[in-house]
Design a protein around this ligand. Structure first.
Ligand SMILES: [Mg+2]
Length: 452
């Protein structure tokens, strides 16, 4: 098999969307970039893990299928073959083939294939010379496409076992987090307590975002017992921190609005999802917001991104745990019953499109988001989409970065795991680079960026 030679790529001609433009889109074409390392190293590993999982768990998967065994085996063999082909096409820099979607409930084929056929440079996009956002999203959409085109395994989530194992492995941390949030709620005796605890839960929600299976290749990052103890030290690594401005705005919402809705555009399942639930429970139980909408992914995405199925699985798992976890799960399920919590699946979040074109491409979703008084965008992929995955100068203002996207006041909570950033002085960037040249890709630094 021919593997991409980095030196060959360095001497190749720059594609038009990168060359000579003032602000280019991030692409694996640059061999010294994290995007390049992602497509070359991380993405093939993720595909290999899916293939290994299917091979190792053949019998379990066949047991869960309703079809007779012979037919399901053929189905599974076909899926494994197609996944291997996808990996080989990636590693040999083939073009991204139009998705063959026969009966997708997502109805996203025309939007996807427009992106794939037109390309930015007028020719079919290739794995190593196209915008990173397109290429990385394509891999996950193509994986789902392979499953949805099968006969008996259409709805199999090839990452669900990793997400479930993560929750089981993090059980102690989750117990501590739920108990801690409960304590915070019960010790409020003044407005300043309400504010201080709100800020603590925002910080917890931020740092929980370090746990990302697409970055770690499937391994849990947080070791039992360490998460809450680390928060204070981690807070010194928040490079832009607008949490006080955020609180002032939340106070203003209390005065100005009768109905107060919070939208959380979620990232990862596991610890981050539970931290977001803790934050939402705090907001609703202290009447900071009447309702919280959780926007989740409609299909398995970036390994650990939260789907509706993940949320249901986690709540039912917690329901059977120690009493404190049971109470927490019951509270969440109660809020879901009363619609104070709502889970919304939207197809736009699994398109390779940035958010500044949402108003034009999906006006219904834009209007839905506008109903909220505050939107929280969690994690790196949301951040990349907020900034259109452009290689912005670090000093770009958050407002410019968003390019007019503003359905409601919004905050980005993100640990930095990709080479895109704004609102950061260039002197800070130089200092961080001297400390660690990979500071933008490890999730060791965080941002709380708010725009009213
Ligand atoms: Mg994620």
């Amino acid at each position: 098999m021919r593997i991409i030679d980095p030196f060959l790529w360095q001497s190749a001609k720059f594609p038009p969307f990168i060359a000579f433009s003032k602000h280019s889109r991030i692409s694996p074409f640059r061999t010294n970039s994290f995007a390049y390392r992602t497509v070359k190293d991380r993405m093939p590993v993720i595909l290999t893990k899916v293939i290994d999982f299917l091979c190792r768990n053949k019998h379990k998967i066949l047991e869960s299928s309703t079809a007779e065994e012979g037919r399901s085996i053929e189905d599974l063999k076909l899926i494994i073959g197609k996944l291997s082909q996808l990996r080989s096409e990636m590693q040999t820099n083939k073009t991204l083939r139009p998705l063959e979607i026969s009966s997708s409930h997502l109805r996203d084929d025309s939007k996807w294939n427009n992106e794939l056929i037109e390309g930015e440079n007028g020719s079919a996009p290739q794995w190593f010379s196209s915008p990173w956002l397109l290429v990385e999203c394509y891999m996950y959409r193509a994986i789902y496409c392979i499953f949805e085109n099968s006969i008996h395994l259409k709805r199999l989530d090839p990452f669900s076992h990793m997400k479930e194992e993560l929750i089981i492995a993090q059980k102690c941390v989750l117990n501590q987090l739920v108990a801690y949030t409960n304590d915070l709620s019960q010790t409020i005796t003044s407005a300043s307590h309400l504010q201080a605890n709100f800020i603590k839960l925002v910080e917890i929600s931020l740092w929980a975002n370090r746990n990302d299976l697409s970055l770690s290749g499937g391994d849990a990052r947080t070791k039992p017992g360490s998460f809450l103890d680390d928060i204070e030290q981690l807070n010194s690594h928040i490079l832009v921190n607008n949490v006080n401005e955020l609180w002032l705005y939340v106070e203003q919402v209390q005065k100005d609005f009768q109905k107060k809705e919070l939208g959380i555009i979620m990232d990862n399942s596991g610890l981050e999802m539970v931290a977001d639930l803790c934050f939402a429970v705090y907001c609703v139980s202290h009447k900071l917001f009447d309702r919280v909408i959780f926007y989740v992914k409609k299909i398995p995405w970036f390994v650990s991104d939260t789907t509706f199925g993940d949320l249901q699985w986690a709540l039912h798992y917690m329901e059977k745990d120690v009493p404190e976890m049971q109470n927490f799960a019951n509270k969440c399920l109660g809020y879901l019953d009363s619609q104070q919590f709502q889970v919304v699946e939207e197809g736009y979040f699994t398109l390779p499109l940035p958010y500044h074109v949402m108003k034009k491409e999906d006006p219904d979703l834009y209007n839905k988001l506008s109903q909220s008084q505050l939107l929280i965008f969690k994690g790196d992929l949301n951040y990349r989409k907020l900034g259109a995955d452009i290689d912005w100068p670090s000093t770009t203002t958050f407002e410019k970065f968003l390019q007019g996207f503003k359905p409601a006041p919004l905050v980005a909570l993100r640990t930095i795991k990709a080479e895109i950033i704004c609102d950061l002085p260039s002197t800070t960037v130089s200092e961080l680079e001297l400390l660690d040249k990979d500071w933008m890709t490890k999730g060791d630094y965080g941002l709380i960026q708010f725009m009213k």
